[in-house]
Design a protein around this ligand. Structure first.
Ligand code: 8YV
Length: 316
């Protein structure tokens, strides 16, 4: 049961209305993103805040955490913890929860959707039909997806769900990741450029953060065949964005399908201008069904924390 005195919860960024209403209903909610001077706001209210809600794509800066001496929970709306200083959280006994299990399928669907859209030029031909160009010219040919060699970088839950889907397209599935998963029937490459050399398509599905920052760089684009397509549904930080743009401009690779970027919501003009690129605004998990589940999970974790119950989705 909740106590009568409302608990103070800090919200780092807008979340869906349904979650916002539930948090506001049960807690004293502090919306940091609405404050003109967040530092001064936290100097006044930070001492009372015991739980924080943020989004996977937003995280929380360590100086903010330093202004929250009583913080016991960071509840992430998403699965990415790359925007959170986990060492700081561990040292200060702050639990971290994520919306594990809720978004795997949607993000994998988006990866396949982007692959199909890029290879078969779905967005390009949508523009072609709408502009009335079909009346004047015959559409050109595109690239087959079925039966091709798919390299997946990262074999966590999302990587596996992508592989399952790709198997339905009779693709030859191979992957690079920190370690081999011996239970999986896919070829393992310890080295990313080696995987790239043998792949028609490369899907980036690895977690973001310091360990993976910039790993998909010029060496990888040079290793990929010129007809290769690169799909990123993970984090913009994993791909060296200037190297990606250079590879697309020089023809080192043939196209890209992107849901994530280095500096969201900024998308470089060079990418906007390219017809061989399909762009999405970080909406891999953005379906009604999944966002509702994510909202329920965040709320369940915050409630469990204040009820002193075990957290259903805590990481380690
Ligand atoms: C975001 C994500 O949380 O799970 C993640 O880490 O990046 C996304 O699901 C989502 O965009 C919420 O805004």
């Amino acid at each position: 049961m909740m106590t009568d005195i409302p608990h103070d919860v800090l919200l780092m960024a807008p979340v869906m209305a349904n979650l916002l209403e539930r948090l506001e209903g049960d807690f004293r909610l502090h919306r940091l993103y609405e404050q003109d001077d967040p530092h001064a706001y936290l100097a006044e209210h930070g001492g009372a805040i015991t739980a924080l809600v943020t989004r996977g794509d937003v995280g929380v800066a360590t100086p903010v955490l330093e202004q929250l001496p009583q913080l016991g929970l960071i509840a992430v709306f998403g699965v990415g913890t790359d925007g959170i200083d986990l060492d700081y959280a561990r040292r200060h006994g702050i639990a971290v929860t994520i919306t594990s299990g809720a978004l795997t399928e949607d993000v994998a669907d988006m990866a396949l959707g982007l692959l199909l859209a890029t290879a078969r030029q779905l967005c390009h031909y949508d523009r072609f039909v709408r502009a009335g160009r079909w009346l004047q010219e015959a559409p050109g040919l595109t690239t087959r997806v079925s039966g091709k060699r798919l390299g997946i970088f990262g074999m966590g839950n999302i990587g596996r769900a992508i592989a399952q889907r790709a198997a339905g397209f009779d693709m030859r599935i191979q992957y690079a990741s920190r370690r081999r998963h011996s239970s999986l029937p896919y070829a393992y490459y310890p080295d990313l450029p080696a995987l790239a050399r043998e792949s028609d398509f490369l899907i980036v599905a690895v977690a973001g953060g310091k360990e993976t920052a910039g790993l998909v760089d010029k060496a990888v684009f040079d290793a990929l065949p010129n007809h290769a397509l690169v799909i990123n549904i993970a984090r913009g930080s994993v791909v060296n964005q200037p190297d990606l743009i250079a590879a697309l401009q020089s023809g080192a690779i043939a196209g890209a399908g992107l849901d994530v970027y280095a500096d969201e919501p900024q998308v470089p003009a060079a990418l906007l201008a390219m017809e061989q690129v399909v762009l999405q605004p970080h909406v891999g998990s953005g379906t009604h069904e999944t966002r509702q589940k994510m909202s329920d999970i965040v709320f369940a974790n915050v409630s469990a924390f204040f009820n002193r119950e075990p957290l259903p989705h805590a990481i380690e």
